[in-house]
Design a protein around this ligand. Structure first.
Ligand SMILES: NC(=O)c1ccc[n+]([C@@H]2O[C@H](COP(=O)([O-])OP(=O)(O)OC[C@H]3O[C@@H](n4cnc5c(N)ncnc54)[C@H](OP(=O)(O)O)[C@@H]3O)[C@@H](O)[C@H]2O)c1
Length: 289
């Protein structure tokens, strides 16, 4: 049985990876904060990374650790670089096996998306620049790597704080009106679909730079309407606004989205539609209660 070491396993994608990988592999979960089934590992701590890798000798490392607060990265660029680049470098420099790392569509400027793996990168935020720096380091310095680029990821579970879907569902359930931007495009992706892609990539030993996103490019506003209608909530509570009205610290790629032809053709992976994913998620979360 392959031994997999997961970093950042307390996060949104970490939760799904634990669900989908724990029975198939010898899974070692690590994150910045310790919890019942999770060891503490700060990926910026070079010695801790080296000692952990020596101790567990994993076949595969899946790096999910990141400073994902995009506005926070503008305020604390040093921290963004430490976690999103130096931390990744620490793993690369101390590990010879298969590294699976998660990148982002924020490496693009969002002028002319959707993007494929050969599209020109041009980050417009500190977060995007720090993610690109890590991608470039991995590409130059590792032979067995998979960089999986993702778009907006969503899930709904008790530990998720940063999920757009959870925010929409809970606000509308409480009859709260919400404002959602109608000028940012991407293909929202359920974390469970993404963790299943990671599973296939481990099994097939897929290497290189690959995009994965669910099937359906739409604006954030249209995604919110879709969530409301599938979860039987009031769409009238959703007001559309422009990104500039939010006056956020970080710029966002506006016309983004990921083209997934390479992963479809090379690994026979068929992205699920956003609609079918939302229906499955709703069943899993609410029909269980
Ligand atoms: N969310 C998205 O929409 C999205 C889109 C594209 C790409 N991505 C990429 O996908 C990956 C997973 O994202 P996610 O949504 O699961 O993020 P998340 O929910 O914010 O989780 C990130 C995790 O990183 C951990 N972490 C932070 N600093 C760390 C450090 N110094 N050492 C070790 N762990 C550290 C945190 O640990 P604790 O919880 O223990 O503090 C947290 O659990 C990231 O690489 C992200 O850049 C995400």
């Amino acid at each position: 049985m392959k031994r997999i070491l997961l970093t950042g396993s307390n996060g949104q994608l970490g939760y799904s990876c634990k669900e989908d990988l724990s029975e198939k592999f010898d899974l070692i979960c690590t994150s910045l904060s310790r919890s019942k089934d999770t060891l503490k590992l700060d990926i910026f701590d070079r010695d801790a990374v080296s000692n952990t890798l020596k101790k567990f000798q994993p076949d595969v490392v899946i790096n999910l650790s990141a400073f994902t607060d995009v506005n926070g990265c503008e305020k604390y660029p040093h921290l963004a670089n430490k976690i999103n680049f130096e931390g990744v470098k620490n793993i690369c420099d101390n590990f010879d096996g298969h590294l699976i790392h998660i990148s982002s569509d924020y490496v693009f400027d969002g002028r002319d998306g959707p993007y494929d793996e050969s599209s020109k990168t041009n980050p417009i935020s500190v977060y995007g620049a720090s993610k690109l720096k890590a991608d470039e380091y991995i590409t130059k310095n590792k032979s067995h790597y998979t960089i999986l680029r993702a778009n907006v990821l969503y899930d709904y579970h008790i530990k998720t704080n940063a999920s757009f879907l959870k925010w929409v569902v809970e606000s509308l359930q409480q009859n709260k009106a919400i404002k959602v931007v109608n000028d940012q495009w991407n293909n929202p992706t359920w974390t469970r679909n993404f963790s299943n892609v990671i599973l296939k990539i481990i099994k097939k030993q897929g290497y290189g730079l690959l995009n994965y996103a669910d099937n359906g490019i739409m604006t954030r506003y249209d995604f919110a309407l879709k969530i409301a209608s599938i979860f039987d909530l009031d769409t009238n509570l959703i007001e559309q606004i422009k990104t500039k009205e939010l006056k956020q610290e970080a710029k966002r790629p506006m016309k983004s989205g990921l083209i997934t032809k390479k992963i479809e053709n090379n690994f026979n992976i068929k992205p699920a539609t956003v609609d079918s994913s939302l229906h499955r998620l709703k069943k899993l979360v609410f029909d269980k209660k």
